[in-house]
Design a protein around this ligand. Structure first.
Ligand code: SF4
Ligand code: SF4
Length: 91
């Protein structure tokens, strides 16, 4: 089963507030931008023209990889509040 297929098996409850934020100043100077390719759900998308990051936090799988990988410790990462966030189903 591909990652894309597996992503169809998870369920999300959205929150109006992002549980992920970044330091845009640090991101502008970040050469690696590893968050944009390490995330299995393509949450982090850098726009070169506007020099801004789009964070599709609604798709976050809460794996924590981006926070660990970010070389500048630029990501403020919290679990989604309340009952929001991801649920993994079996099968
Ligand atoms: S890896 Fe960290 S500093 Fe670099 S672009 Fe991503 S969030 Fe910003
Ligand atoms: S915690 Fe995992 S799924 Fe969520 S944004 Fe970071 S790398 Fe992507």
């Amino acid at each position: 089963m591909s990652i894309d297929d597996k992503l169809f098996t998870v369920k999300y409850v959205n929150n109006i507030n992002s549980h992920l934020t970044n330091d845009t100043k640090e991101c502008k100077n970040c050469k690696e931008k590893c968050c944009t390719f390490i995330c299995p759900a393509n949450v982090w998308q850098w726009n070169n023209e506007t020099q801004t990051m789009t964070i599709n936090y609604e798709n976050c799988l809460e794996c924590g990889a981006c926070r660990i990988a970010c070389p500048k410790h630029s990501i403020d990462w919290k679990y989604p509040q309340g009952n929001s966030g991801v649920t993994f189903k079996k099968g």
